[in-house]
Design a binder for this molecule. Structure first.
Ligand code: CA
Length: 228
């Protein structure tokens, strides 16, 4: 499966140039031309890397970064900007950016950074060790789950469900998608088995904590994120 890049860049020439270059390297690229659309796509689509221009019409890239980080702390983000001052870089890193590239740049340099950021992600997934959100951590190798320092015991099915939600944190998963990844036997779409298991999981992961992590999106499915 190709690595999926979401590019948020309002200048058509620049976005076309980056898109063409990345597609030639085998990346799947989608483009948003303003901040609001960028934030929406970053949270709704499955994306492996976000390339974010800072100066955008409406919401700035830093606003988009804040909105994305409120829901998803693991998506790698590369900021692009013409502003190369230390102050701007610090603002970007404070906002949760992973890397920073000052315009104008060579495509080779962009590509090297894109590779480094997505390789880091591949490694963490391949090593399969830790997935986390806020104070919740799941270790896929040790098969352990810890919240706020306390171990949580899950059944195999609950563990698989939580792993799926963590891997796709910030994105709403439909019951069908959850069934496809978590249930091996055939799944009766009319049954409420997914809701039952999500409730089991909630009782173990969220009960007793002020900050709920598993949320129901009415009519759509379930999502793991910091706020409803
Ligand atoms: Ca711009």
């Amino acid at each position: 499966m190709p690595t999926r890049v979401l590019l948020v860049e309002d200048e058509p020439k620049v976005s076309a140039f980056i898109r063409r270059g990345l597609e030639e390297e085998g990346y799947a690229v989608s483009v948003a031309y303003d901040g609001a659309m960028g934030a929406r796509l970053a949270l709704e689509q499955e994306v492996d890397l976000l390339i974010l221009d800072v100066i955008l019409p409406g919401q700035s890239g830093l606003d988009v970064l804040r909105a994305v980080r409120a829901q998803n702390q693991t998506l790698p983000v590369l900021l692009l900007t013409a502003l190369g001052t230390t102050q701007d870089k610090l603002l970007g890193f404070d906002g949760g950016a992973d890397d920073y590239l000052v315009k104008p740049f060579d495509f080779a340099e962009l590509l090297a950074r894109v590779r480094a950021l997505t390789r880091r992600r591949d490694r963490s997934v391949a090593k399969g060790s830790q997935l986390s959100l806020a104070d919740l951590t799941l270790d896929t190798a040790a098969k352990t789950v810890v919240r706020a320092g306390q171990p949580i015991k899950l059944t195999a099915r609950e563990f698989n469900l939580l792993e799926l939600l963590l891997r796709h944190q910030g994105r709403v998963l439909s019951r069908g998608e959850i069934a496809e990844h978590t249930w091996e036997e055939s799944f009766d779409a009319g049954s409420n088995v997914i809701d039952v298991y999500v409730n089991y999981l909630r009782n173990k992961v969220d009960k007793g904590f002020d900050q709920k992590l598993i949320h129901t999106v009415v009519g759509m499915g379930y999502v793991l994120r910091l706020s409803a």
